[in-house]
Design a protein around this ligand. Structure first.
Ligand SMILES: C[C@@]1(CC(=O)O)C2=NC(=C\c3[nH]c(c(CCC(=O)O)c3CC(=O)O)Cc3[nH]c(c(CC(=O)O)c3CCC(=O)O)/C=C3\N/C(=C\2)[C@@H](CCC(=O)O)[C@]3(C)CC(=O)O)/[C@H]1CCC(=O)O
Ligand SMILES: NC(=O)c1ccc[n+]([C@@H]2O[C@H](COP(=O)([O-])OP(=O)(O)OC[C@H]3O[C@@H](n4cnc5c(N)ncnc54)[C@H](O)[C@@H]3O)[C@@H](O)[C@H]2O)c1
Length: 201
């Protein structure tokens, strides 16, 4: 079976500077995806025109900056991540070249061969976050799987996480002892369900 060799990481977008080039449907979709995960993410969008939805987002989130102008090389200065989402393929490729020259990580939306990283489909339940990738094979399946997991994971799991966090802080002993104890407490989460005994009439 073919394997997915992407290495998932979870970025703290509030500590990074993100540049999005393009303020149309795709630009809006990507900004929205980032904000849903990190409402305090620092995002600058450079575009000639902006969808009204993006302008609305920028009014709600003060950490979103819209700059109405054509892309220029200087826009990359001080940026950690770039998403190119213009409707001009040649321009997207040019942004990719400039980003690579500046050692800035870049995602050219919907163009896997020009991506250092992919955006994932994300399941969120309180503190829990699961990022899904299909290795670029089918983002639609990633979206569907997200919907399935979102339903299947109980909301109470967040309570479990919070309780475990309290226990973790209270545990005494060295690192190995803590790990052993935490593994013991959580064993029930992976134990096979007890077999139901058939009811007698
Ligand atoms: C997960 C998600 C995150 C996000 O973008 O926020 C995401 N795409 C989403 C949706 C989506 N994208 C597309 C459709 C239309 C139906 C379809 O084509 O399937 C739908 C479905 C819909 O919108 O309903 C079009 C599309 N996307 C890519 C291509 C190019 C290609 O495949 O060659 C084309 C064809 C363009 C064309 O035809 O011209 C490529 C990529 N899309 C990725 C991510 C990366 C791989 C992730 C992975 O490993 O699975 C990757 C490689 C790069 C990237 O963009 O980062 C988000 C789900 C949001 C959610 O969870 O709700
Ligand atoms: N919309 C979709 O669902 C979809 C799906 C698959 C692929 N795509 C592709 O993705 C690309 C983007 O799609 P879209 O729907 O967001 O397009 P769009 O036309 O809605 O938006 C394009 C954006 O790029 C900006 N732009 C163009 N030239 C620029 C420049 N020189 N400097 C700065 N900004 C510039 C425009 O101002 C605009 O904000 C297109 O190539 C499209 O074919 C779109």
């Amino acid at each position: 079976m073919e394997e997915n060799h992407l290495f998932p990481v979870f970025f703290k977008l509030n500590r990074l500077q993100v540049l999005v080039v393009g303020g149309g449907n795709i630009g809006h979709e990507k900004v929205n995806a980032m904000l849903q995960n990190c409402p305090e993410g620092n995002i600058t969008v450079v575009a000639i025109t902006f969808l009204p939805e993006l302008e609305q987002l920028a009014k709600t989130f003060h950490n979103i900056t819209l700059i109405e102008k054509p892309f220029s090389c200087g826009d990359l200065l001080g940026k950690d991540l770039v998403i190119a989402a213009t409707n001009d393929r040649a321009l997207n490729t040019c942004i990719w070249e400039k980003a690579k020259a500046s050692k800035v990580l870049i995602n050219v939306a919907d163009t896997p061969e020009l991506c250092d990283f992919y955006l994932g489909s994300v399941v969120q339940k309180g503190n829990l976050k699961i990022a899904i990738s299909t290795n670029g094979k089918s983002p639609t399946v990633a979206k569907r799987l997200k919907q399935v997991l979102q339903e299947a994971i109980p909301n109470t799991l967040d309570e479990v996480l919070n309780k475990l966090h309290i226990i973790r802080d209270k545990l005494k002993g060295d690192f190995a002892a803590k790990v052993k104890e935490l593994n013991k407490i959580t064993e029930v989460l992976v134990a096979p369900a007890a077999e139901e005994t058939p009811k007698e009439d």
